[in-house]
Design a protein around this ligand. Structure first.
Ligand code: KIV
Length: 269
């Protein structure tokens, strides 16, 4: 079983593997493949839910999807991603929303898109027994303010990310996602904090890597420049769906072995 402690202990030693999942069948595949952490990302907005950003994702969406993922994951650590405005508005509602992920959805931890406003909150949540994964660099919930571009590209911005990484590690975050930042910044952040960094578009020197599962298996229409595709599930689904349509249209499905007949049911009237 992967735990918050075992992930922390991997800093600077073994690479951490993390992937998103938003439903039970995908969770089961990811878990059985031995991936350490399953993130029920708010990227479900762009993937499973069909929005054009993560902003419309609700607490209910994440609770329901996290519960499905947790039911199918035997070993991986399940992390629920807190959606836009579910944390940071005020402390009581932030704690309530994060608490629901552990109490109702059986998550092991929550991830917060982080900034200066989440340092104290991280400390508070950890004190209450809610493990927190921080997330710095590109934080897509700020798309209206900063877009989807690379972050930390000048010295001031890079220093701000480094300082915030230290502040969140000091506040008790057990790990830190670094998204779409220069590799040499990610390397310095990784060296500066004693909890593991998990990179996405952050180069090879993080303690682990995360990608969106749809990008990895080839289900996405558009992939970010830093993602890689390791399979072509979409083509296989298209082939299977087309073959089913053809079989129904040709009268070949259902065949005899897909039907059953009851002796007494002929000629009912
Ligand atoms: O929502 C998500 O999937 C994420 C990862 C890309 C880190 O935040």
């Amino acid at each position: 079983m992967v735990t918050v402690r075992s992930i922390r202990a991997k800093a600077g030693s073994e690479p951490i593997t993390m992937l998103t999942a938003y439903d039970a069948p995908t969770s089961s595949v990811v878990d059985e493949a031995g991936i350490d952490v399953i993130l029920v990302g708010d990227s479900m907005g762009n993937t499973a839910l069909g929005y054009d950003s993560t902003l419309p994702v609700t607490v209910e969406d994440v609770v329901s999807r996290t519960a499905a993922v947790a039911r199918a994951a035997d070993d991986a650590l399940v992390v629920a991603d807190m959606p836009f405005l579910s944390v940071g508005v005020d402390e009581a509602s932030s704690v309530e929303h994060c608490g629901r992920m552990l109490k109702e959805a059986d998550a092991d931890a929550v991830k917060l898109e982080s900034g200066p406003h989440t340092v104290e909150l991280t400390e508070h949540l950890v004190r209450l027994g809610i493990p927190v994964m921080a997330h710095l660099g590109l934080t897509p919930q700020r798309v209206r303010e900063v877009g989807y571009g690379r972050q930390g590209t000048d010295r001031d911005d890079a220093r701000e990310i480094l300082d915030l990484a230290k502040a969140h590690a000091d506040a008790g975050a057990f790990s830190l996602v670094l998204e779409h930042v220069p590799a040499n910044l990610a390397k310095q952040v990784t060296a500066a904090i004693d909890v593991p960094t998990i990179g996405i578009g952050a180069g090879p020197d993080c303690d682990g890597q995360v990608l969106v599962v749809d990008d990895v298996v080839g289900m996405s229409d558009r992939t970010p420049p830093f993602a890689a595709q390791f399979g072509d599930v979409k083509s296989e689904m298209e082939r299977a769906v087309g073959a089913y349509r053809d079989a129904v249209e040709a009268g070949e499905f259902p065949a005899e072995e897909h039907s059953h007949v009851e002796d007494d049911l002929d000629e009912l009237y």
